[in-house]
Design a protein around this ligand. Structure first.
Ligand code: FAD
Length: 552
């Protein structure tokens, strides 16, 4: 990270050079000295520094400058760097104006020109001011910053994408001082948010997912147009397939529409994955798996949605939403499942503004002290209830059935029973959501009596059902009536292989009805819907890829 800056501004070139020289001589090893010849030029330099996320320790401005005098400059500079120490350089004749300025714009000190010898007249003053600044440094902001509105779905989408891809960022509200200062520095207004300011100072206004991913250093373009293996979906199954594929010498690319980790990446604590007796968060597991895949040479593309699978002889072609495509000898489908949409009046309009699908861990700290509602009776909802109970004053878990016994692991049920601020509401459905711009109230209904009641809450998190992500597959890959991909023995009915199957063998265990195309994890019919089984199937699919390639 760059040293903090000391900025000097004087319209007289000789004086300007002299100030910068003296300051650099004494402080150049710890501070970067930036010199400007006018107030306008100095402000421009400050805006750039602000957008890059660097810090400014001190401003030294000449009082008598044309167009923008030193006081006007320091006043404007305070909007960008309120904590920087401020020094006005004045001639003896301007002493009165300088004294007024101390009161007017909170100047820390005025220095009479000339200041020779600097050891007596300049450095002691600056030493004191820098010591004060160092005790109250501005936060280290040399990172990505997201400026947005609290209850805005587009702002949430940006933060969610960054968080799920494990990209560090700082969240700033547009109507808070630091957010406002950054918007000013970028020449933007609160109407432009969400705005992302990258670590190198570039501001992105309402960026698309692909633009954002590319600008924050995520890989979005394939390096080649032909691979041995394309893995679609970077959840546990896809990551497992990528690690094994790449480590066993296959040219492997892993394609993900949104963020690595899949559903598991949203899990606050996975407690039943082998080798982690104290549990592991989805983010940690994802980070390790991703680094492992990259270490073995797998390519990882993010924010690239696959929308079609075609065949050309033995080549498999995968089409992306932007019309481009990649080809491969083999494919592992690991697209998992996504949450079903809860259907009740008002919910669609408030999605992202208080209503969230999945755990939306980014929102947890903002729930502090609030009563929140969760819908769902499976492990995902149970884990989320445990996680949010550390933040919310009360967590209401709404389930349609009588109790959690049928759908949740016993260890989670036991944990939930021990937490005082989680309340389970059996036979309860959400039938309406209300709010102006963001969620304010829910209408709940008793599934037995159909009696309804209204509750106040700004938060609803939905964890219902599993819809396989297979709509894009067309008719080439046979699925069951719910859309899950059929594989291996399930495709051979009464000794008959699937329609169109031409090979003189049955489909391998994890192979779909299209030779060379395998399925692993939650997307596969009758799969276990667990992290361990998804990883295992990803690895096993690669073994079958080798067998398929050997027979080609
Ligand atoms: C909150 C939560 C907690 C859970 N906790 C546990 C637990 O404690 N223990 C346990 O064993 N299991 C747990 N599970 C279940 C477990 O996470 C899943 O079984 C597992 O993630 C399945 O892995 P997968 O790779 O098959 O699919 P997924 O994890 O669903 O990943 C599929 C990936 O494919 C991507 N994708 C989909 N379509 C496309 C496309 N067209 N193009 C490109 N990419 C696409 C998706 O964006 C996604 O990233 C939990 C699930 C959730 C939601």
């Amino acid at each position: 990270m760059a040293n903090p800056a000391i900025l000097t501004v004087d319209d007289d070139p000789a004086v300007s050079r002299a100030v910068a020289r003296d300051v650099r001589r004494q402080y150049g090893d710890r501070y970067r000295v930036v010199r400007a010849d006018s107030g306008e030029q100095a402000l421009e330099a400050l805006r750039e520094i602000k957008l890059r996320g660097d810090r400014v320790a001190m401003l030294l401005a000449d009082y008598r400058m044309p167009r923008m005098n030193g006081i006007q400059f320091l006043e404007a500079a305070m909007d960008l760097f309120p904590q920087a120490r401020r020094v006005l350089l004045t001639a003896y004749a301007d002493t009165d104006a300088a004294i007024d300025a101390i009161n007017l714009v909170d100047v820390d000190h005025y220095l009479l020109k000339p200041w020779n010898p600097p050891q007596e007249k300049l450095y002691p003053v600056l030493d004191t001011l820098l010591a004060v600044w160092e005790q109250t440094p501005e936060p280290d902001v040399n990172e990505i910053r997201v400026i947005g509105h609290r209850w805005s779905a587009p702002s949430f989408a940006v933060r969610d994408l960054l968080a799920r891809n494990l990209v560090r960022y700082r969240w700033l509200l547009a109507d808070e001082p630091e957010g406002g200062r950054l918007l000013t520095a970028a020449g933007l207004t609160p109407a432009d948010v969400p705005v992302v300011v990258t670590a190198d100072g570039k501001s992105l206004v309402q960026p698309s997912e692909a633009e954002l991913a590319a600008q924050v250093g995520l890989n979005t373009s394939p390096a080649s147009d032909f691979y041995d293996l394309v893995v679609v979906g970077a959840g546990p199954a896809g990551l497992g397939a990528a690690v094994y594929g790449a480590s066993e010498g296959l040219r492997t690319v892993l394609v993900e529409q949104r963020a690595t980790g899949g559903q598991a990446g949203q899990s606050s604590r996975i407690e039943n994955y082998l080798g982690f007796p104290d549990g592991v968060s989805g983010a940690q597991l994802t980070d390790r798996a991703r680094r492992q895949a990259l270490k073995f040479g797998a390519e990882l593309l993010t924010t690239r949605e696959v929308v079609g699978l075609d065949t050309a002889g033995s080549t498999r072609l995968l089409r992306f939403r932007d019309g481009t495509s990649i080809a491969a000898h083999t494919v592992v489908l690991a697209t998992g499942v996504s949450y079903r949409i809860l259907d009740a009046p008002g919910l669609a309009e408030l999605t992202g503004s208080g209503v969230f699908y999945g755990s939306a861990a980014t929102e947890a700290p903002a729930c502090s002290g609030d009563e929140i509602y969760l819908v769902g009776g499976a492990n995902s909802a149970g884990q989320a209830a445990m996680y949010f109970s550390h933040f919310a004053s009360r967590v209401h878990l709404l389930i349609r059935g009588e109790d959690l016994g049928r759908s949740m692991s016993q260890y989670l049920i036991d944990q939930i029973e021990r937490v005082e601020n989680i309340e389970v509401h059996p036979f309860t459905e959400v039938v309406g959501a209300h709010g102006n711009g963001h969620l304010e109230r829910l209408t709940l209904c008793d599934a037995r009596t159909r009696e309804s009641r209204m509750v106040e809450t700004p938060w609803l998190f939905v964890f219902i059902g599993a819809r396989p992500c297979t709509d894009w597959l067309g008719t080439g890959v046979v699925r069951d009536r719910h859309g899950f991909v059929l594989t291996g023995p399930d495709l051979v009915v009464e000794g008959r292989r699937p329609a169109g199957w031409t090979l003189p063998r049955d489909p391998y265990h994890l192979e779909s009805s299209l030779p060379g195309v395998f399925a692993a994890g939650d997307v596969r019919a009758d799969s276990l819907k667990r992290v361990a089984s998804a990883v295992g199937e990803g690895a096993a699919a690669v073994a079958l890829v080798h067998r398929y390639l050997a027979a080609q």
